[in-house]
Design a protein around this ligand. Structure first.
Ligand code: S3P
Length: 421
């Protein structure tokens, strides 16, 4: 059965986190429409509230009252970051310069993820941060900070954002650079909320400044969620899927450029440009895809879409290579390994050569007794699409993790996967 129809993906998770967490330091009020309701963003919201932040549900959305960085300095306040890497890393930057002592912890998956790469530049700014053998729990004792110049060796939006957010309350300018462009929501939102930030290619400079929330904010749709159905449309004959109001900044739309290169029919109608480019995207099945090479410089713009693009590659003719995807090893799971094992269990031919992921297609799937997502939400959704595309039913262990980023996934799946009219 093909994937057919239109849907509105949930509000973007990365933007939602930033709206919530930046309300900790910004002043003013803002009505937010379409904030993501996923577990990860709820985690950020709970922390906003734990520090005294107020938000109220209204007919049109959630009204945030900015805390302006003013909360009573706590003594060892425990802030549970659950499964959310974005929450813990952005908070490290936000809290490093605020009075009080904080303990940031997470679930077992988060407790395996590296935090020194955030702590290190923050310490150069004067922060007092201790990790637990490089991982959560992380203890922060707020200090006054000074601006630094820092060259990240990884292209990571979470690391860059932590330092930029810390820079807002540091003395003097903070300049960071990254080797390739990662998502730029923090930069855009700092500017949109009146902060002093300058961006030149891969280098950003933030100066100490106050942020003020805007009256109204419409959260653009999450491309990383929409990708599951847009890629499904590219691989299942007879499909045509439209995602409405999708966030389409360059740092998030890499998967659409790759799908286009692989031969899918991708059309965009831009709807708005500020503070993020958004538009409607239609992907129409256009015959079998062909393999492609995705260079290291393009990986940050599709880092969360590698699992679903890997599925597309198993259906494409010829070889697809994702260069230098080592960052996948430190996501919710070792995603490089889980992609290989789980798509491999379906009969796909995947290998990792050093840090490259190499896939030879096309393969028609055989069905194992069960699949195991390792409770990695993006793997669980990739495997669900793979099974639907094969018209098969196989239990997926850890499937409930989908709610981490996309609680509406099953509803959208039921709406879009249906017989051709
Ligand atoms: C995110 C950045 C990405 C991405 C994650 C969300 C963010 O990680 O994988 O899901 O909101 O900043 P990187 O830090 O690797 O860019």
């Amino acid at each position: 059965m093909p994937f057919i129809g239109e849907f509105t993906p949930p509000g973007d998770k990365s933007v939602s986190h930033r709206l919530v967490l930046m309300s900790l330091i910004a002043e003013g009020e803002m009505l937010v429409q379409g904030l993501s309701d996923c577990e990860d963003v709820r985690t950020s919201l709970n922390i906003f509230k734990a520090l005294g932040g107020k938000c109220e549900a209204e007919a049109k959305g959630l009204r945030f009252y900015g805390l302006g960085g003013k909360w009573a300095p706590p003594e060892n306040l425990e802030l549970p970051c659950n499964n959310s890497g974005t929450t813990i890393r952005l908070l490290m930057g936000l809290l490093a310069g605020k009075p009080g002592r904080y303990i940031l912890d997470g679930d077992l998956q988060l407790r395996r993820r590296p935090m020194e790469r955030v702590a290190e530049p923050l310490r150069l700014m004067g922060a007092k941060i201790e990790t637990t053998l490089g991982r959560p729990p992380v203890q922060i004792e707020g200090q006054s900070l000074v601006g630094i110049e820092y060259k990240f060796s990884e292209a990571s939006a979470q690391l860059k954002s932590a330092v930029l957010l810390a820079g807002l309350s540091a003395q003097g300018p903070t300049r960071v650079s990254e080797p390739h462009a990662s998502r730029d929501h923090t930069e855009r939102l700092i500017g949109y909320f009146g902060g002093d930030i300058e961006v030149q290619n891969l280098e950003m400079t933030v100066k100490p400044s106050r942020l003020t929330l805007r009256k109204f904010f419409v959260t653009p749709g999450d491309p990383s969620s929409a990708a599951f159905f847009l890629v499904a449309a590219a691989i299942v004959p007879g499909s045509r899927v439209t995602a409405q109001n999708l966030l389409l900044s360059r740092g998030r739309s890499g998967f659409l450029r790759v799908l286009d290169r692989m031969g899918a029919m991708v059309s965009l109608t831009m709807v708005s440009d500020t503070p993020e480019p958004t538009g409607d995207v239609t992907v129409t099945y256009n015959g079998p895809l062909v393999g492609t090479e995705v260079g290291a410089e393009d990986i940050p713009s599709l880092i969360d879409e590698v699992p679903i693009l890997a599925l597309a590659a198993t259906k494409a003719q010829g070889r697809t290579v994702f260069r230098d995807v080592h960052e996948l090893r430190v996501k919710e799971t070792d995603r490089l390994m889980s992609i290989r094992h789980q798509l491999g269990a379906l009969g796909a031919r995947l290998n990792s050569e050093g840090d490259d992921l190499v896939i030879d297609g096309p393969t028609s799937f055989m069905l194992p007794g069960e699949l195991d997502s390792g409770a990695d939400h993006r793997l669980a959704m990739t495997l669900s699409v793979a099974l639907k595309a094969a018209g098969a039913k196989v239990p997926i262990l850890g499937r409930e993790s989908i709610a981490v980023s996309y609680p509406e996934f099953d509803e959208h799946l039921a709406k879009l996967w249906r017989p051709a009219p």
